[in-house]
Every structure is written in structure tokens, then in C-alpha cells.
Write a protein that binds this ligand. Structure first.
Ligand SMILES: [Fe+2]
Length: 132
């Protein structure tokens, strides 16, 4: 995955084609909140695996250092509520296992949580490429 990320900037396609289970060895859940595990970072890209127990949630946040995030749900289900810069709710998305998405993360705020009854795992590529 990391080698492919260094060769291609089409992260969306890369995630769609990613069907390996090498991520499983990094999975670690925490009782104290969602667990974000850094897998790789360079000047353009930040790859992380996030492990969510049921009920775990982020705060409302944006990602000022990155333009976009491509992600894949590897296990479970996550909900994302999206806010504009005035923190008014503008969208709500449900992502299920196998779903791949790309979102703009600098100028929009979001809160992501696992409301389902099972644990969830998601893979995120934050990057500085403009894909919109
Ligand atoms: Fe986020």
C-alpha cells in the first residue's frame, strides 16, 4: 500500500483496489476513545488506520494541514456529519464496510462516529492534492 501510494496519486482508485488484509495486524482498539494509528507520513501524505469501538466519536474538527482525505471502511459502519465553517450541519453520510470516499477536509468540519453495535476500522489517506 505504501509503495503504491508513493507511485500513484490516484488514492481513490488505490483504495478501491485494496483488498488485502495486511491492515489487520495493526488493529488495536482502545477503551478510552477511537484509536488512530499512524502507518506512514511524508511531506504530502498521511496514512492512518482508525479503530472505533461502538459508541466512539471524534470531536467536530477539520484538517487544516491537508486538502483532502480518501478513505475506505475496512470493517463496520461509520456516520459522518458535515458542517460548514459556521458549524451549521450541511450533510450526513453513512459509510459501510467496503465503501470508499473522498472528502475535502480543510474548509469543512466534520464529526465521525461509530453508532453501530460492532467495532469499525477505517483507513485514511490525508493528502495535499486537490481532487475536486
Ligand atoms: Fe477528520
Amino acid at each position: 500500500m505504501i509503495e503504491k501510494m508513493q507511485k500513484s496519486k490516484d488514492y481513490n482508485k488505490l483504495l478501491k483496489n485494496y483488498n488485502e488484509d495486511d491492515w489487520k495486524k495493526f488493529v488495536e482498539f482502545s477503551d478510552y476513545g477511537y484509536n488512530s494509528i499512524k502507518l506512514y507520513e511524508d511531506e504530502n501524505v498521511f496514512l492512518k488506520l482508525i479503530c472505533w469501538k461502538k459508541g466512539q466519536t471524534t470531536d467536530t474538527h477539520n484538517h487544516p494541514n491537508y486538502h483532502s482525505c480518501d478513505f475506505k471502511i475496512l470493517k463496520g459502519e461509520l456516520i459522518e456529519n458535515v458542517f460548514n465553517k459556521n458549524l451549521l450541519l450541511i450533510d450526513s453520510n453513512v459509510y459501510r464496510s467496503g465503501d470508499v470516499g473522498d472528502i475535502e477536509v480543510r474548509n469543512r468540519y466534520h464529526i465521525v462516529y461509530n453508532e453501530s453495535l460492532e467495532n469499525a476500522v477505517s483507513l485514511h489517506i490525508y493528502h495535499k492534492n486537490i481532487v475536486f
